[in-house]
Write a protein that binds this ligand. Structure first.
Ligand code: ADP
Length: 626
């Protein structure tokens, strides 16, 4: 039969495939296997009502065969097959849904190559790796079988052939290696096996291939120089029923754990396994895992968030970012929805309402599971929080605090009184009579905060203090602003909301001393006050206004002199012997009193973790007083 030309739009797609520099050429196998599976579905369906088919569900299969000598890879199915018209229409034009969509998008975008990876491109994708393709097929119920052949752009032929059973055999003659491209690998059994595992593991019919392995010859088993021999076995490459399609009650935790570690290549066991099956506006199944530790690259750009997206057991996207909100980016897992087509593009998917609905449901589900874990598996939750708590805090701070309501119950902070992580709700439940605020203190680590003089008064009153030891902590609390209508208050804040009648009295009695210190220090401090916080320390600094010392340090760590400067209030412990000594010196030796004031200010800076303005001046001062 004479060569026929491809329809012009098909030709363009074909050219693209033949000349493709696309790096994931391997997806062709996924496409052909999916087609084979669809064809089997069709005949399998007929066989339910038509005894003449003479086949059982268990008779259907897809067979792969690689022949290195002939450089062919053959994909055979015993599905419905195609008649002449179908061959003509399906493989001669882009009439089929998927390819047509592809073509349409192609016209809209000029960025040809990039699109390939984002689509299922169907049958034509085989031309990325093929010199020539032969399709031998016989439609169920037809007498005649046909052979469709094409070497690409110059058209195709259709001829009658002899073929007994219905079904389709696609023979791909693999291209020769080039400098850039190793096509030989598509003839390697291990590569093929890997591709089937990666992309088509859950195709419902067995994908079989003769696999050759090596073994020690029986006779030489016990000898010192064992001899080896090759043997060939037909193996099923795919696991067929995805673990997430099996009812939860039939799957053991060990099986889930094994799946998790194989799929996500980790030695860890998940902290929690979430299995959900939803039927409704969108129907989908999801199998999600909360990891027990953060991958080494978790807090870097390398880490890719997302869930694997399947459509009826066929992988359509390795990392579908849209399925996870940023604050739950640690979740691993898969979503399978038959409602999403194999041929959906990334762009279309992003705006797909069904995907959005799935994503919203999943976010809710994860949140509920974390809450349940917090309520019922405290130890596990703390383990989780140690690994990913920072992510939740980022979640509170990001998007202008949009997610804070959702996340606040999941937060934990180290508590001064409980000596362990506590939730905000636990804190508020324990608040003392008359306690106005939720107190927090910031520092490098818990032991540094334990000794902060500013916290002395709070401790002496028995108030619980939450410890902020990570950069993001204070911003988190600032973003929350309140929890259960209680405001957050830093221990270094000048107003701790504690009744200070006595203090006012003390300040009045000591106003001369306070004025003296303020005048000595000048602009370095905005105020000098009698401390209500200090018990055993002579001085401390507190911040007035919106900027805390921690924020000042944080911003200055990016940019020296960032202009972020907290207003410094110097608090004096009027009962402290050093302060008393300074007061005495005002009358006897004013210069010495000034030195005292300077030294005390420097000490307050050091305790607050702020840099000294002039360290050598400070040491000179101390020396001159010794
Ligand atoms: P899509 O699968 O997206 O429809 P393809 O280009 O992959 O697009 O395939 C076009 C059509 O060719 C399919 O819809 C199907 O009707 C037919 N086809 C492809 N492979 C087979 C096969 N192995 N058996 C029967 N029909 C097939």
């Amino acid at each position: 039969m004479a060569k026929k030309q491809f329809k012009s739009e098909s030709k363009r797609l074909l050219d693209l495939m033949i000349n493709s520099i696309y790096t994931h050429k391997e997806i062709f196998l996924r496409e052909l296997i999916s087609n084979a599976s669809d064809a089997i579905d069709k005949l399998c369906f007929i066989s339910l009502t038509d005894e003449k088919v003479g086949m059982d569900r268990s008779d259907f299969k897809i067979t792969l065969n690689a022949n290195k000598d002939a450089r062919t890879l053959t994909i055979t199915d015993n599905g419905i097959g195609m008649d002449k018209d179908e061959l003509e229409n399906n493989l001669g034009t882009i009439a089929s849904s998927g390819s047509y969509k592809f073509k349409k998008e192609l016209d809209e975008k000029q960025d040809d190559i990039d699109i390939i990876g984002q689509f299922g491109v169907g049958f034509y994708s085989a031309f990325m790796v093929a010199k020539k393709i032969t399709v031998n097929t016989k439609r169920y119920g037809c007498e005649t079988a046909y052979c469709w052949q094409s070497s690409g752009a110059d058209g195709y032929t259709i001829n009658e052939i002899e073929k007994d059973a219905p079904g389709t055999e696609i023979i791909i003659e693999i291209k020769d290696n080039t400098e850039e491209e190793n096509y030989d690998e598509f003839l390697e059994q291990y590569k093929i096996q890997e591709l089937v595992k990666r992309y088509s593991d859950y195709i419902r019919y067995p994908i079989m291939m003769d696999m050759t392995h090596s073994r020690v010859k029986e006779k030489t088993k016990d000898s010192e120089n064992p001899e080896y021999e090759d043997y060939t076995e037909t193996e099923t490459l795919n696991s067929m029923v995805p673990i997430w399609q099996r009812p939860k009650k039939d799957v053991s935790q060990e099986e889930y754990d094994k799946f998790y570690s194989e799929k996500f290549m980790t030695m860890d066991k998940p902290l929690r396994t979430i299995v959900t099956s939803v039927e409704g506006v969108v129907t989908y199944k999801a199998l999600l895992f909360i990891p027990s530790s953060a991958p080494y690259d978790y807090y870097t750009k390398e880490y890719k968030k997302g869930l694997q997206l399947y459509s009826s057991g066929v992988l359509i996207m390795e990392n579908c970012e849209e399925l996870l909100p940023e604050h739950f980016r640690f979740v691993r897992g898969i979503v399978d929805s038959a409602d999403l087509s194999l041929n959906i593009s990334r762009e279309m998917l992003q705006h797909d309402r069904r995907l959005l609905t799935i994503a919203q449901n999943i976010e809710k589900k994860i949140k509920n599971e974390l809450n349940a874990m917090l309520a019922n598996e405290r130890e596990n939750y703390e383990k989780f929080f140690n690994a990913f708590g920072r992510q939740l805090k980022y979640g509170v701070v990001s998007d202008y605090g949009m997610h804070k309501q959702d996340l606040q119950e999941l937060l934990m902070f180290y508590s001064s009184t409980e000596k362990k992580l506590v939730t905000l709700s636990e804190y508020v439940d324990r608040m003392k009579e008359g306690q106005k605020f939720i107190y927090f203190a910031t520092g490098e680590n818990a032991s540094a905060i334990d000794t902060l003089p500013q916290t002395e008064l709070l401790r002496s009153k028995g108030y619980e203090i939450l410890y902020c030891t990570e950069d993001v902590d204070e911003f988190t609390l600032q973003t929350l602003m309140t929890y259960k209508e209680k405001k957050f208050c830093s221990a270094t804040n000048d107003d701790l909301g504690i009744d200070d009648k006595e203090n006012k009295e003390e300040e009045k009695n000591n106003s001369a001393l306070l004025t003296f210190v303020k005048e000595t220090l000048g602009d370095k401090v905005s105020e000098v006050v009698a401390s209500k916080k200090l018990v055993s320390h002579p001085v401390c600094l507190t911040a007035k206004g919106g900027i805390s010392f921690e924020m000042e340090k944080y911003f200055n760590s990016f940019q020296q002199d960032s202009g972020m400067k907290a207003q410094r209030v110097l608090e004096l412990n009027l009962n402290h012997s050093v302060v008393k000594a300074m007061e005495k010196s005002i009358e006897t030796d004013i210069e010495k009193a000034k030195k005292y004031a300077e030294v005390l200010y420097c000490q307050a800076l050091l305790i607050a973790g702020l840099p000294l303005e002039n360290p050598s001046e400070y040491t000179d001062l101390v020396c001159s007083l010794i």
